[in-house]
Design a protein around this ligand. Sequence first.
Ligand code: TRP
Length: 452
Amino acid sequence: MQQQTSIHGMWSSRLAFILAASGSAVGLGNIWRFPYLTSDNGGGAFVLIYLACIALVGLPIMAAEILLGRQGRLSPINTLRKITSEGGHSRFWVVIGWIGLASAVMILSFYSVIGGWTLNYAFDYLLQLLGMAPAITDPGATFGAMLASPGSLVLWHTVFMLLTVGVVALGVEKGLERAVTWLMPLLFLILLGLLGYGVSTGKVGQAFEFLFVPDWSEVKGSTVLAALGQAFFSLSLGMCGIMTYGAYLPQGISIPRVSITVALTDTSVALLAGLAIFPVVFAFGIDPAGGGPGLIFTALPLAFNDMPFGIAYAVAFFVLLAVAAWTSSISLLEPPTAFLVEKCKLTRGKAAMVSAVAIWALGLVTALSFNVWQQVRVMGRDLQGAIEYLASDLMLPIGGLLIAVFTGWFLSRDTSRGELSHLSDGAFAGWLWLVRVVAPALVLLVLARAFL
Ligand code: TRP
């Protein structure tokens, strides 16, 4: 029998769910990762493939994740146990939850270090605003100095993790989501302001061309894989995070409608971030190719130095970016926390602490990969790059593939039809075709193209 409510609490309304899911989706993925991957992967073609992945793979899988969550009403692993045992399916499918747990741990470990960068920049710009620190005249050198210092990377990583675990341990995610009701629109406005600055430099046309005019000759197997991985990363998909949120979704709410709203919000923030950052890249003569993970930290300070009230603007930008990262990181800490609560009967606070300490320790690998372990290479990447690649580009798409196949081919049709009762028969058939055939085939093709 399907449960109507979850022991972990419920969303009070459709809007509450949309805010929480958008809070999870919108984060460093949109503003830090999307621009840097676009830069590293040659621009337009990457962006168009990314958009296609959102529509054809991301959206149908998001609906699938939410509906599985609402069926089980528990943490992902136990949701899958419940659904498979009630439906008489193989226990193999529980592996989806384990892959999800592992990817959440890996992603949060480096996410927290990058979140630390945003806190570090927010703090430095605040000092500058108060006249207590010198201006950043050479952003590349400033960024390099931060990376070279294990002490400051670990310090800010620790602060970011404490903020995250604080919210999850106290169970006040919903309080944070409420704050986001106005902070997110503010972040959007800040990006619009940056776009306005970009317009004043006369380089928006060039940025637009770089972002949207494809040069298909640039496309390699790794480009397509990066675009697919980014679609999953940005939508918080493939690791059962949205499934966890779906577990707290009241019965009558339309899953397709919330999925579309979240995907549109997330995608518009990413595109706006791209349109805000690339004019700056062109205006200051930075090479748009190969910007790497430092792109926004080295490009944007040039704009802040040049704009009226630029330093105050920089404080606002990095504070809001840190908040956006914060609402995403709590969604990454939620699955391991909920799992420990159910599995080891820990209190919520203890479970969050145990998860956070383990993830923090793993994060040290990322922090040290920029300095002490700089030379170490795994799969041709530095340690941080390898963790990011393994989790985002491989584990998320594989998790998503399994979610699509299970929901499309194994879950009873009555169940999915019941969960998606707001769709017309035609739209439901379309969704079923996407999760059964299109999404799995695309994920397999992309993986094959990258590795065979
Ligand atoms: N989507 C978030 C971002 O773009 C990051 C994130 C939160 C995430 N939860 C996730 C990524 C789950 C993958 C899976 O910043």
